[in-house]
Design a protein around this ligand. Structure first.
Ligand SMILES: *Cc1c(COP(=O)(O)O)cnc(C)c1O
Length: 569
């Protein structure tokens, strides 16, 4: 069996490289470089695939195993392909993946420095760099990597609970707890309440203003009403860039409002204000962007957007905590999420237990200034959610922050905004598409619909009634199915999402819309224009198609048609 492991007497990496090469050669057989999705032969269900699988008795060889693994890569989208525009899913840099793989080979144990040595310092270095980026007090701030953006939100609620109910950790929560988020906040804000045992219905959704930001008057009311009714508010979620529209809430005002309520109602605890910035943290790279000199030559409209978003996210330093997903806008692989706190003592103490020698979650001792944190004393497992925890996330984040730097992130993110803007403009110039995100999306996702005719009125027009809007929805669903079919036939290298319904239409009606969410650095203006024109060409072919002709299968099950009439009659 020893041949399966790296020989301790050798520093030879040949076997790792050979295995990598073997797997790549096997998977390459399915890859068409022109297509974002890796080809899928056959149409088996997972059940049929599993019929071929069972636990082997005898041992095997790496090559034989990789041969049986390789077909599982079929049907996958490649994030690096510019046509993959489904969600916030970036391709990772080579260097970050290499560092993560190498760390995995040697020792990726992030539980304590006794095991993985100074490599835990790379996690601290990332925390320092992100603190600098956010303008936090380096003497006080802290952070821990955890298993996903969702987990950063688990931390946010858990930290709020430990403020409101100091004994909660040992004794549970005797009183009703509430968490506040906006209607635009991520669904996981309530899911984490379920996981933490306070119940999903404990997450109250505050309404938003027309621009998607939290209605502060409504927040003020909700906060006061909740407290007056004898409940405790653990955490207020502010959006630091919603997933699609990239809405950043007025963080400073939310913090000020929280402070005023604490004072007015004489609360004996301070609810956490956590910014869910797992996607939008990346705007921080533009905090000090010199818009006058504009070194990357961003066009005026892009510059406006950048300036606005950077100004909003800069207030993140006023919050108690925030989340960062390097596997989203950080160009790292899965998963690399960081929970950041303005006061690291909150992380170390994990509520209540403060005496120095307590074996887990130990108190004061863990709040050491970094100068006094010596090798042998750094044991994150004592206060992290995870016990065995991987260092691959921190290592990837470290590599990317140093590799790309502030300027690299500015160019990558700025480049995506520029190309997206161009994509939207080109779609509009074809006269057969309407871009819905032009006015209310601050990010680089483009939401659009196809118009049956060039003189189809705007979808926001008040003249739409139920049947005409339903016809428009059907038209767009069919066009989605057509694109889907064309993808399978290798005639459409663009994978946009059919998104769950745009909600600002007359009467609160919803229809399914097309969403492009580019993340590949290879998506540039030229590609964007080419894609828009290709979509235009496909729409013309679609026009010529018999209206009731059935669609051939796409690469996977198609999403169902979305039309909700709201109050339309
Ligand atoms: C993606 C996302 C999450 C969940 O993060 P994961 O890394 O997928 O667990 C939470 N909030 C927002 C705004 C997100 O976009």
């Amino acid at each position: 069996m020893r041949e399966f492991f790296q020989d301790p007497d050798s520093d030879d990496l040949t076997e790792l490289q050979r295995n990598l090469r073997t797997l790549h050669d096997l998977v390459s057989g399915f890859i068409d470089p022109e297509e974002p999705r890796i080809r899928r032969l056959g149409d088996e269900s997972f059940g049929e695939i599993l019929e071929r699988e069972s636990l082997p008795g005898p041992s095997s060889t790496p090559t034989a195993v990789l041969e049986s693994l390789a077909p599982y890569f079929q049907g996958m989208v490649r994030w690096n392909h510019p046509g993959t525009m489904i969600n916030v899913t970036p391709p990772p840099t080579y260097a970050s993946v290499a560092a993560a793989a190498y760390t995995s080979l040697l020792n990726a144990n992030g539980a304590q420095d006794m095991s993985s040595g100074l490599l835990l310092g790379a996690e601290l270095a990332v925390v320092k760099m992100v603190s600098q980026l956010a303008g936090l007090d380096l003497e006080k701030s802290g952070g821990v990597f955890t298993f996903g953006g969702k987990s950063t939100n688990v931390h946010a609620v858990k930290h709020g609970i430990q403020r409101a109910v100091p004994n909660a950790r040992r004794e549970g929560i005797p009183t009703p707890i509430r968490v506040l988020s906006s209607t635009q906040g991520h669904p996981c804000h309530e899911e984490v309440c379920g996981w933490l045992g306070i119940g999903e219905t404990s997450c109250l959704r505050v309404p938003t203003l027309p621009d998607g930001s939290m209605d502060l008057g409504a927040l003020d009311e909700a906060l006061r009403a909740t407290v007056r009714s004898g409940k405790q508010v653990a955490t207020i979620f502010a959006n630091g860039g919603t997933t699609i529209q990239m809405v950043v809430d007025p963080i400073g005002e939310i913090v000020a409002l929280r402070d005023a309520v604490v004072e007015d109602l004489g609360l004996d605890y301070v609810p956490c204000v956590h910014v869910d910035s797992v996607v939008g943290w990346v705007w921080l790279f533009f905090r000090d962007y010199n818009a006058e000199a504009n070194p990357w030559g961003f066009p005026a409209r892009v510059l406006d957007k950048i300036r606005r978003q950077a100004a909003r996210i800069t207030e993140i330093r006023l919050a108690d905590s925030f989340g960062v997903d390097f596997h989203k806008t950080g160009f790292a692989s899965y998963s690399a999420s960081l929970f950041m706190a303005a006061d690291r003592t909150e992380i170390y103490q994990q509520g209540g237990i403060t005496h120095a020698d307590h074996p887990i979650g130990g108190g004061g001792r863990k709040g050491l200034p970094y100068e006094d944190l010596r090798f042998g004393h750094h044991s994150p497992f004592q206060y992290t959610f995870e016990l065995s925890r991987s260092l691959t996330g921190p290592v990837e984040a470290y590599v990317n922050l140093k590799l790309l730097g502030v300027e690299g992130y500015q160019q990558l993110i700025g480049g995506l905004i520029v190309a997206s803007q161009r994509f939207g403009e080109e779609l509009v110039s074809l006269q057969r598409f309407e871009v819905l995100s032009a006015t209310d999306s601050q990010g680089f996702a483009v939401l659009f619909i196809a118009k049956p005719n060039s003189d189809t009125p705007s979808v926001f027009d008040q003249s739409w009634d139920r049947s005409s809007l339903e016809a428009l929805a059907t038209f767009n669903y069919k066009f989605y199915r057509y694109l889907f079919e064309q993808q399978s036939q290798g005639r459409c290298p663009i994978i946009c999402d059919y998104s769950s319904g745009y909600h600002k239409l007359v009467g609160g009606a919803r229809i399914g819309v097309h969403k492009s969410y580019p993340m590949s650095p290879f998506y540039d203006e030229k590609t964007a224009v080419g894609f828009a024109r290709q979509l235009g060409g496909l729409l013309e072919e679609f026009d010529a198609r018999a209206p009731d002709a059935p669609f051939a299968d796409g690469p996977h099950e198609a999403r169902p048609m979305i039309f909700r009439p709201g109050t339309l009659t």
